[in-house]
Design a protein around this ligand. Structure first.
Ligand code: AMP
Ligand code: GLY
Length: 412
């Protein structure tokens, strides 16, 4: 079997590591890959839908797994299916559940899925008139994909008005800001649940805690994720039952009612408040850095689970009764302006963690930083403390110029 994995982050490195010992897989290709994937297979410098399709045809790829959202929203699954290429992920229309917050909010509202009260706006003046009547803070979201930057929590009317102006008139995120979703602010803690879909049913993995803020104690700017822990210690069985009844089941019913039978991942971004568990968003892919802690605890062979889903078979997910901690090591300046090109040193001294590269490439026998989130360190243990100790000891050993990471991942 030849497998193509689309993407180049820590998530794709985790998928590759999970698949690497499966004897059925003869070769893995990664588009565009990174310093981890170049060791496990072949990196391919191609990222257009058409280019990937041609590559899959030429190399006779047996299965393609898509990591990030952009190719899904660009229709990679539709294009591959047209050519009878096996691919795991939703079609373009279904990927709109992530690609358009207006579409997903309407889907949630139509299907009685527990979510914050929200209104969708196409016209600037209507949005301004609306926020003038609201309480603060209020949440303003660009509807389209904006690289995780299109959500602003406005504390007062001035901030709300200037955000609406930036999104709709200045178009700081281009067409993503043509439509806005303005929704009530929810106070609580967040959790991520990723489920596999076999086209008929949804099979959730263990809940994950993702650390989104750059600084210790959840301070500083939002990032793509500074670390993660599985299972989330905060998300109780009671929260799960609430999620199942008010989010998971109505989502499945809504998909069926809309005649959507996709085979791929669906990610529920949740906010747990004193009034229960609310759905903030869907992503139609695995999360980063959620994947890094889910896969080491998953007992199933990932390849089997994906193939069974593609064939519409029932699956039975099993997870180890252990804890996993992922710590992301970043380049100085992230998530703003970063400098790259520094050598990652002392990798041979890493003891107990998996090193999953993201923003790093191989250059001869050296590894150089290329992005903000350089690598994830992942370890498992019988307690959060045990897993945490392992990743932090290895983080102290690894070195690259201007490195930084949070000190409090997995500390409870
Ligand atoms: P989203 O892309 O919709 O998940 O939003 C990105 C982040 O913004 C979330 O992970 C939350 O931290 C925050 N957020 C989104 N919606 C709300 C809300 N209604 N109340 C509070 N925070 C929110
Ligand atoms: N960790 C959140 C995401 O992947 O979107």
């Amino acid at each position: 079997m030849k497998i193509l994995i689309v993407g180049n982050g820590g998530r794709e490195s985790a998928i590759a590591l999970k698949l690497k010992d499966d004897s059925r897989i003869s070769k893995m290709y990664f588009a565009k890959g990174n310093a981890t994937t170049s060791k496990l297979g072949q990196n391919v410098y191609e990222d257009s839908v058409v280019g990937l399709r041609d590559f899959a045809i030429k190399e006779r790829i047996d299965l393609t797994i898509v990591g990030p959202e952009a190719p899904l929203v660009d229709g990679i699954v539709d294009e591959f299916k047209k050519h009878d290429l096996k691919i795991f992920g939703p079609r373009k229309r279904t990927a709109e559940l992530e690609g358009s917050k207006a579409f997903s909010k309407k889907f949630m509202q139509t299907n009685n899925i527990k979510t914050a009260k929200a209104v969708v706006f196409d016209a600037y003046q209507d949005a301004i008139d609306y926020v003038r009547q609201q309480k603060f803070p209020i949440v303003i979201k660009a509807s389209g994909l904006a690289g995780g930057k299109g959500v602003v929590i406005a504390d007062n009317l001035t901030d709300a008005e200037s955000t609406i102006h930036q999104f709709m008139i200045e178009r700081i995120y281009g067409d993503a800001g043509i439509q806005l979703v303005i929704e009530d602010y929810l106070k609580g803690f967040e959790a991520s649940i990723i489920a596999f879909s076999n086209g008929k049913n949804l099979y959730p993995c263990i809940p994950v805690k993702d650390y989104k803020k750059a600084g210790n104690g959840d301070t500083g700017p939002n990032t793509g994720g500074m670390g993660s822990v599985a299972p989330s210690p905060e998300f109780t069985d009671e929260h799960y039952r609430d999620f199942e009844a008010n989010i998971l089941k109505p989502t499945l019913a809504g998909l069926n009612a809309s005649n959507i039978h996709f085979k791929g991942f669906i990610f529920f971004g949740l906010m747990v408040t004193n009034d229960g568990t609310f759905l903030l968003e869907y992503n139609m892919r695995m999360g980063d850095p959620e994947t890094q802690v889910i896969l080491p605890l998953m007992e199933n062979q990932l390849y089997d689970v994906i193939m069974d889903c593609l064939e519409g078979k029932e699956i039975n997910l099993k997870f180890k009764d252990e804890k996993a901690v992922c710590l992301v090591m970043c380049s100085g300046g992230y998530p703003w302006k970063i400098e790259t090109g520094f050598e990652v040193k002392n990798l041979d001294k890493v003891k107990d963690s998996q090193v999953l590269f993201a923003g790093a490439k191989t250059a001869g026998d050296r590894i150089l930083t290329t992005g903000g989130r350089v690598l994830s360190l992942v370890a498992t243990g019988n307690s959060y403390d045990e897993a945490r100790r392992k990743v932090y000891e290895d983080a102290k050993t690894i070195h690259f110029d201007y490195e930084f990471y949070r000190e409090d991942i997995g500390k409870f």
